[in-house]
Structure formats: structure tokens, C-alpha cells
Design a protein around this ligand. Sequence first.
Ligand SMILES: [Zn+2]
Length: 270
Amino acid sequence: MRFALVNNERCEASTGLAAFCPGCSQPMIAKCGTQRVWHWAHRGNRNCDPWWEPETAWHRAWKDQFPAGWQEVIRRDDAGEKHIADVRTENGLVIEFQHSHLPTQERVAREAFHQNLVWVVDGTRLKRDPSRFLEGRTFFRPTLMRSLFTTLFPEECFPFTWLNCDMPVFFDFEGIGTSNEMPKPNRRILWGLLPGRAEGHAAVVAVSRGAFLDAARKRAQIIPSQTIMKMIAVHLRRERVLAELDARSRAYALPPRRARPFRRRRRSRY
Ligand SMILES: [Zn+2]
């Protein structure tokens, strides 16, 4: 953890400091080595939050974008279950930065616990992740909104774990591993997979880091996912109906001569 309590004040790890865990009040050890970012650790292998993952420079770089008071916020639910949110903003938005693989069961539990959550995922965890995204992106279809795309094949782009989230997932292709396969401007963009499907299509939004951080600092949502999914569904349904009508009209179209309405023969007077 980044913060522990020294004389009841949140402090970062530093050699020789004695501190206590803000979650479980147990003594913490300052780990100030060269292999990992400086952090506090519980004694032994214990950790008071089973969801906690060892932090990397990538986690810290993201957390640094937010005030210290929004970082490592301990939350308890009605049943007394307790977890630490990587970042919780003053608008109640929780941002979790995930580098390691996340089992589906834990992902679902964390979404249910935090409720208003967005994931920021290291898009470079596996070597193939960036190149798969670049290949899968060829299936993206543009929408009426710039930077918003639909795809029938999100599995061609993103790791399986993140395909069916109830919360938006933003992939950071700068991540830990610098991939040369992806051009730098693309790496600076966060690609967000929105929750749910609209008429079988997944929605993906491209957001600059600046826009993401600005939204995170000011709003309770990065993006109005539900509204966008509804809008896309309406648009796709309309497109489908028009395509069906078009196909039908082609199927029943008669050659021009036969298509002319029959003229009634004038009744002969005699
Ligand atoms: Zn603890």
C-alpha cells in the first residue's frame, strides 16, 4: 500500500518509519527497496484486503493524477465487508487500476461492491495484447459520434476476462511493457469497452488521457454508458429496419413495364 498511518496521519513508506494499517490497524513494514515501488506491507504474507494487488510504477503513475486523499480509500459495505479502492473521487466514482490477471468471480464481486466503478487495465500485460487490439480494431464500425465505434467481435480486440463487465473498462496500451507494435499516438489513447451490447454489438470509445482524467476529476461517470448503448441500439434497429425494407422492395420489385399499374379498360358503351 502507498499509505499507512504514522501518528494517525497517512504517510508514504520511508526507511525507519513505523506505521499502522489504516484498514486493520496492524503494524506495517516500510519496503523501500530498488525492485519495486516503495510501499507498506503487512507482516508475513497477510493482507487485510484479498483484492489488493502488488503495485507497480504504472499503478503509481495513475494514482499520482489524483489528490492523495482520493487514493486508497477504505470502503465498508452494510455487512461490514471492507476493501480499499485505488481511487475514489469526491463524486463517488471508484477507479481501479488492474495489471494482473483478474478471475471473473473476483471481477464480478468488485463491481458489485464498488457499484460506481471504472476499470483501467494495463493493455500490455501479455505480449500479444497490443497486436491483437490492432488487428481486432479493423472490425470497428464508425458511429454518428466521433471516437465511438461498434464491433460485433470485441473478443478479437480485448482479453476474455474483460469482455462482459458491468462497468466500463479502459485499456491503457502504454501500460508497463512498452510495445513497439503500437504507434505512440495510439498508445496515448485509452480505449474503453462499454458494458452490455446493443443489438449484439459492443461499443468502444476512444478517449484521450486528458479527457479521461478531466471527467474523472469532475464527474461521477467518465461516460454515460447506458445512454450511449441505448442510442446505438436505436440507431442499429433503424438501420436494420431500413435494410429489411430495402431488401424486400428489391425482392418484390417488378420489371418497369410490368410494374406499371394496370389501366382499367374503358367500358364499352355497347
Ligand atoms: Zn491491514
